[in-house]
Ligand binder design. Structure first.
Ligand code: UGA
Length: 429
């Protein structure tokens, strides 16, 4: 099938590359010429394990190409995906400026029947909006349909998630439009749910918000565990063994961040507001999440008797492992808290240091974790990168001023820390 994907961010590029790997003729579009040139040269514009190899292979085999022209891409495709950003505006409402602009360009270009697919995470009603904008360009309604096809991939495992999704959701007004996408995804052979447009749009927000709620729930339980000498890992294991609850997303930690959960939970709160429903449950999910990081930092502040003149080492900066994404990363909140109280921060992350450096140039960026530990009064494990899991903790401790380890992701067994002579402070115990 001939497919266009507009937007080469995480969702767009991964979708384009994966569809190309299934033998479709895919053109990926971006209005940023520098990005297009990079992609043409086989260099991914995002960090994602496995993408480079797949990108280069599909391009070499002529299944994948890049352009900055939406109209050229639309005219040469039967299906056009909109996969541009919908960042939160100041009040948390998703900003649809890019979606609108792309819909206008697509509308101007349509000459033959085209299925326009919203893959960007958009609030309920955005599918209708896209349809309206395309119609305003003078396109005959018989020449296009708008379909919602939300994306459920996770950064860090995006290619596998796209090839093996738990479910494919297709929201459409007409069965013929949905059928086109069913055909496109047929090779994946995954459970496929066909719904109306609004339900499909809501499924995405409801799913992300539910997962964020699950994490906030276990983080709230972690606070109880700290107060009553219980262990959150054991509580989570006991809860997760119940099939109705499930073990996933019950990992207590510093809280959820990234480019999706914070934006989508706010987005659903705002959607609810517009629909005259006060979603108090979700507001509390956000409060618990914000509080979780501040509480952990406060435990360290109390342990050190304040941050003034102290040096704190941070292991990991990205919002989760296997990504360079620092959007809403907990490291940023932690750095801010320490610096504002007169403390000094050293940090190491395998790939995201340059992004954080733009925000906090005053942090000392190290070339490895042992350098982070040098003369540190405490170390905080912020992101659970694999390479931190089997660290020589005794070596780490040997260069520290005070041998204090705050484990924000619960990766270090107490016995291992004790053997290394480290005082371990973990979440939820
Ligand atoms: C999330 C969803 O998991 C995807 O299904 C969805 O497609 C994506 O958002 C999106 O809307 O585009 P992502 O943000 O890449 O994916 O990352 P997750 O792996 O879901 O992690 C989100 C945050 O929750 C991270 O900060 C992570 O550290 C935290 N988390 C996750 C926990 O604190 N505990 C857990 O048990 C799981």
């Amino acid at each position: 099938m001939k497919v266009a994907v507009v937007g080469t961010g995480y969702v767009g590029l991964v979708t384009g590359v994966v569809l190309a790997s299934l033998g479709n003729e895919v053109v990926c579009v971006d209005n940023d010429l520098a990005k297009v040139e990079k992609l043409k040269a086989g260099i991914p514009t995002i960090y994602e394990p496995g993408i480079e190899e797949l990108l280069q292979r599909t391009a070499r085999e002529n299944f994948l190409r890049f352009t900055n022209s939406i109209s050229e891409a639309t005219r040469s495709s039967e299906v056009v995906f909109i996969a541009v950003g919908t960042p939160p505006s100041d009040d948390g409402t998703p900003d649809l400026t890019a979606v609108r602009a792309v819909a206008r360009e697509i509308g101007k270009a349509i000459k033959a029947y085209t299925v326009v697919v919203n893959k960007s995470t958009v609030p309920v009603g955005a599918g209708d909006l896209v349809g309206q904008i395309i119609a305003e360009q003078g396109v005959d309604p018989a020449l296009f349909d708008v379909v919602s096809n939300p994306e459920f991939l996770r950064e860090g495992s995006a290619i596998r998630d796209t090839l093996e999704p738990d479910r494919i959701v297709i929201g459409a007004k007409k069965p013929e439009a949905a059928a086109k996408l069913v055909e496109l995804y047929a090779p994946l052979d995954r459970p496929t749910l066909i719904t109306d447009l609004n339900s499909a749009e809501l499924i995405k927000y409801a799913s992300n918000s539910f997962l964020a709620m699950k994490i906030s729930y276990i983080n709230a339980i972690s606070r109880l565990c700290e107060a009553c000498d219980a262990k959150v890992s054991e509580v989570a294991q006991g809860m997760g063994a119940d099939k109705r609850i499930g073990a996933d997303f019950l990992q207590a930690g510093l809280g959820w961040g990234g480019s999706c959960f914070p934006k989508d939970v706010q987005g659903l709160i705002k959607t609810a507001e517009k629909l005259h429903y006060d979603f108090r449950l979700l507001k509390e999910v956000v409060n618990i999440n914000d509080d979780q990081t501040l509480h952990f930092v406060h435990r360290l502040r109390t342990r050190l008797g304040g941050f003034a003149g102290k040096r704190i080492g941070l292991m990991g900066l990205s919002f989760k492992p296997n990504t360079d994404d620092i959007r809403d990363a907990k490291s940023l909140v932690i750095i801010e808290q320490i610096i504002k109280d007169g403390g000094h921060v050293s940090a190491y992350d395998p790939i995201s240091m340059s992004h954080v450096e733009k925000i906090y140039p005053e942090v000392r960026y190290a070339s490895n974790v042992f350098e982070v530990a040098e003369n540190a009064d405490a170390i905080i494990l912020v992101t659970e990168w694999n390479e931190f899991k089997q660290l020589d903790l005794a070596r780490l401790a040997s260069v520290m001023r005070q041998k204090i380890l705050f484990d924000g992701r619960r990766i270090y067994p107490p016995a291992a820390a004790e053997r290394a002579g480290l005082e371990l402070h973990s979440i939820g115990e």
